[in-house]
Design a binder for this molecule. Structure first.
Ligand code: NAP
Length: 259
C-alpha cells in the first residue's frame, strides 16, 4: 500500500518523495519500479532511517503493518517537525492511539484499497475536527492521488474497510468462481478468463459512464422470460443480500477483535 501512495504522489507531480522500508531488497525494488524523485532509505542499512526521513517532513504517511505502528511512531515522535501531520493507513489503529503516540501533532486515518495501485482506489478518510483547513486540504490532495475519496467519521471505518477495503477480494473471488464454472462448460483457461474478465471490465465501464443504475443495466440484459432471467433466478437462490451482509459483518467483527 505504501508503494501505491508513493506512485500516486509522484504521478501527481510531487518533486520528491522520501520513504523508508525494512529491507535493502525492498528498497532496490522500489527504486527500480518508481519514477525519479523517490528517495528510499532501508532500515536494514540505516537503523535511524525513519527518524532521518521525517526530520523535515510536513506530512508523514505510516503504511507499516498495524503491529509495527506503535514502535515506528515511538521512534519518530521526538524528531517530527512542529506542525507535521501523520496519516496512518493501518487497520485498527485509532485516532486516539495516534494522538497518544505523536502528541501535539495532527493525525489522520485513511483506509485505501488495492486499486490505488493504478490510481483507481477508493479511500475512506477520517479528518478529525482539530485539524486546520490547510492540513485537511493537503491530506485530501494526497489521498486523491490514490483515486476517489470518501470522508467518514471514525466510527464508520470498520464498515468502510469491510465494504471497500476488502471489496477487491470479493470481486476477484467472484471472477475466479465464474471462470472455473466457464472452464467446466468446456472453455480452455485463456478463453474462460477472457470471457469472464472482459465481461466484468466492460460492464464496469458501462456502469462508470453513469447513464444508468446497476438495476437498469441489469434489466437491459434480462429480457422477460429469457435465458439471463433463468440464470439470475439461480443466483438469487443464494440469498445474496443476506450473504453480503453476513460477509461484511464478519469483517467488521474481526476488525473490532484486532484493536
Ligand atoms: N493491502 C491493502 O489492501 C491495505 C488496504 C488498506 C490499508 N492497508 C494497511 O496498509 C498497511 C501496510 O499493508 P501492506 O499490505 O502494504 O503491507 P506490506 O506489504 O507488508 O508493507 C509494509 C511495508 O512496511 C515496511 N516496514 C516494515 N517495518 C518497517 C519499519 N520499521 N520502518 C519502515 N518500514 C517498515 C516493509 O518493508 P519490507 O518490505 O522491506 O519488509 C513493507 O514495505 C497495513 O497497516 C494495512 O493495514 C492495507
Amino acid at each position: 500500500m505504501g508503494f501505491a501512495i508513493i506512485q500516486g504522489l509522484l504521478a501527481a507531480g510531487a518533486a520528491e518523495v522520501s520513504a523508508t522500508c525494512a529491507s535493502s531488497q525492498r528498497a532496490e525494488l522500489l527504486r527500480s519500479r518508481a519514477d525519479n524523485g523517490l528517495n528510499v532509505v532501508p532500515v536494514e542499512e540505516h537503523p535511524d532511517a525513519n527518524r532521518r526521513v521525517v526530520a523535515d517532513a510536513e506530512l508523514v504517511v505510516v503504511a507499516v503493518k498495524p503491529k509495527y505502528v506503535p514502535a515506528v511512531l515511538a521512534d519518530i515522535a521526538d524528531v517530527l517537525p512542529a506542525g507535521a501531520t501523520v496519516i496512518s493507513v493501518a487497520a485498527g489503529i485509532t485516532v486516539s492511539q495516534l494522538h497518544e503516540a505523536v502528541p501535539g501533532h495532527g493525525v489522520i486515518r485513511a483506509m485505501p484499497n488495492t486499486p490505488a495501485l493504478v490510481g483507481r482506489g477508493v479511500t475512506g478518510v477520517v479528518l478529525p475536527d482539530d485539524l486546520d483547513e490547510a492540513t485537511k486540504r493537503l491530506a485530501r490532495e494526497v489521498v486523491a492521488t490514490l483515486g476517489a475519496v470518501v470522508e467518514i467519521r471514525e466510527e464508520q471505518i470498520d464498515a468502510l474497510s469491510a465494504v471497500s477495503g476488502s471489496g477487491p477480494a470479493y470481486f476477484y473471488l467472484f471472477v475466479e468462481q465464474l471462470t472455473e464454472a466457464a472452464r467446466r462448460l468446456g472453455f480452455d483457461e485463456p478463453t474462460a478468463r477472457r470471457l469472464v474478465e472482459d465481461t466484468f471490465i466492460g460492464s464496469a465501464v458501462l456502469l462508470e459512464k453513469g447513464e444508468a443504475s446497476p438495476q437498469e443495466l441489469r434489466r437491459q440484459v434480462t429480457s422477460p422470460g429469457g435465458t439471463t432471467m433463468e440464470a439470475v433466478a439461480v443466483f438469487e437462490t443464494g440469498a445474496w443480500a443476506d450473504l453480503a451482509e453476513r460477509a461484511y459483518q464478519a469483517a467488521i467483527e474481526k476488525a473490532r477483535r484486532l484493536v
